[in-house]
Design a protein around this ligand. Structure first.
Ligand SMILES: [Zn+2]
Length: 444
């Protein structure tokens, strides 16, 4: 919802791209954990104070309908970095390691001559767990904050932003390094539960008559979003000063957050829109400013799109597609989007190595304004007509659109054809880790 800007129904950026660049551009990935699209000002949140994200959108392309693959941090980032759904990349649950035989974004960029640095803030992204550090020269995972008062497993936005800024200013002082293109990934985690009240960033209190159940939690969550936006803005300024040259910037979240919708608070276990829908913004040389793309896209498209923008050949067998067209017929065809909901607990140790593949809790597919959802535990399939029921509140027993093959059959076919890779590598969690994760409910 960019005021006065054009809104495009096509998903493709090709017509928008300008002339080739003189220097190899940097790539900056800024991500915020657990950020609902509708908590961001430019996505229509009235009580949001998110000037930094809104400014990124004003300087680039806003994806009005972007989705994740799963509402879990490790598995979702593995999808972002590989363009594969979780059963294919292997990190289906948190703390589970992704396959080591598939290319990941940082590794591809590193081979293309990029220096790569990451600053993370959430335990599930630890190098020894999901394995996303592959290809990074610098992977900063210093945590200093306890979540739920157990275990030091994250750090707040001020510390993440300052760590990245310090590193960037040291790099800028070394001419050998600062001449190389950089892939910089900075991940903020503050909106993840528990929601803290951030003084100075709280939205106005809702009038008494509008205070529905759980309003304090929503209010505190929004204060975390406003707080993280402040530090994202500070970091964006620092990047502007310390990283000269052409630069593509991608902003996104790994998943959303249910706030009581479908009787659920949190993320990961179901496939409904509050979990699936994410904010996503892309800017850079040759791309227009202040444009909204309304066509369905997702985190699954990030890797091929970014590589196309940087002029790097993508690896084969990706499950997403580039939003920069190559002229092929397939890219114009409507394309379904899938979401997986799975148990909260992580798969660990012996159980993980010996356990056979188990079905997740839910899977869904969305195509042509319709959604089909299969719940494995209830052995139930329901449909939603998103054209009249975008909040997925009225389940139907039959598909609202006539498709050949039918929607439900397509979901089954997709799920059956997935490789369902079972990771074999060992977990590197200490006894202390296991104790902490047990107390958080992350381990059965
Ligand atoms: Zn997350």
């Amino acid at each position: 919802m960019i005021a006065g800007g054009p809104a495009l129904r096509t998903a493709f950026l090709g017509a928008l791209l300008g002339a080739p660049l003189a220097a190899e551009p940097h790539l900056v990935l800024l991500s915020v954990d657990t950020l609902r699209a509708d908590a961001v000002g430019v996505y229509g949140a009235d009580d949001a104070r998110t000037p930094a994200i809104d400014a990124l959108a004003a300087a680039g392309i806003l994806f009005g309908d972007a989705q994740t693959t799963i509402g879990k941090t490790g598995p979702a980032f593995a999808s972002i970095f590989t363009s594969l759904y979780p059963p294919t990349h292997g990190a289906r649950r948190n703390a589970q390691r992704m396959r080591t035989d598939i290319p990941v974004l940082a590794e591809i960029l590193s081979e293309a001559g990029y220096e790569a640095a990451a600053f993370i803030s959430n335990w599930t992204l630890r190098a020894d767990l999901v394995g996303l550090d592959r290809g990074f020269d610098h992977y900063d995972e210093e945590f200093n904050q306890a979540r739920h008062a157990v275990g030091v497993m994250e750090r707040h936005a001020d510390d993440v932003a300052r760590a990245a800024e310090r590193w960037l200013s040291r790099r800028a002082a070394e001419p050998d390094r600062s001449g190389r293109p950089l892939f910089l990934w900075v991940h903020f985690s503050d909106p993840h539960g528990p929601y803290l009240e951030r003084r100075g960033f709280t939205p106005a209190l809702p009038p008494k008559e509008e205070r529905s159940a759980g309003w304090q939690r929503r209010w505190r969550y929004q204060s975390e979003v406003n707080y993280v936006d402040h530090w994202l803005g500070r970091l964006s300024e620092a990047i502007g000063e310390l990283l000269p040259g052409p630069r593509f910037t991608l902003f996104l979240s790994d998943h959303g957050e249910s706030m009581g919708e479908h009787n659920y608070w949190g993320h990961g276990k179901n496939v409904h829109w509050p979990n699936a829908r994410i904010p996503m913004v892309l800017s850079g040389p040759g791309l227009p400013a202040g444009v909204e793309i309304q066509a369905p896209v997702g985190v699954i498209d990030v890797l091929p799109t970014v590589l196309a923008l940087l002029g790097i050949q993508p690896p084969p067998d990706l499950e997403g597609r580039s939003l920069v067209p190559t002229g092929g017929k397939a890219e114009a065809a409507p394309r379904p989007r899938f979401v997986i909901g799975d148990r909260h607990s992580a798969l660990l140790g012996k159980a993980r190595r010996s356990a056979p593949y188990v079905n997740p809790l839910q899977i869904s597919m969305e195509l042509d304004g319709a959604k089909v959802l299969h719940d494995f535990s209830k052995r139930q399939t329901v449909y939603f007509d998103l054209t009249v029921d975008p909040r997925e509140e009225n389940p139907l027993s039959r598909p609202p659109v006539e498709l050949v093959p039918p929607l439900g059959r397509r979901l089954v076919n997709w799920y059956r054809a997935l490789p369902k890779y079972e990771a074999r590598s060992s977990t590197v969690l200490s006894e202390e880790d296991v104790k902490q994760l047990k107390s958080l409910g992350y381990i059965d």
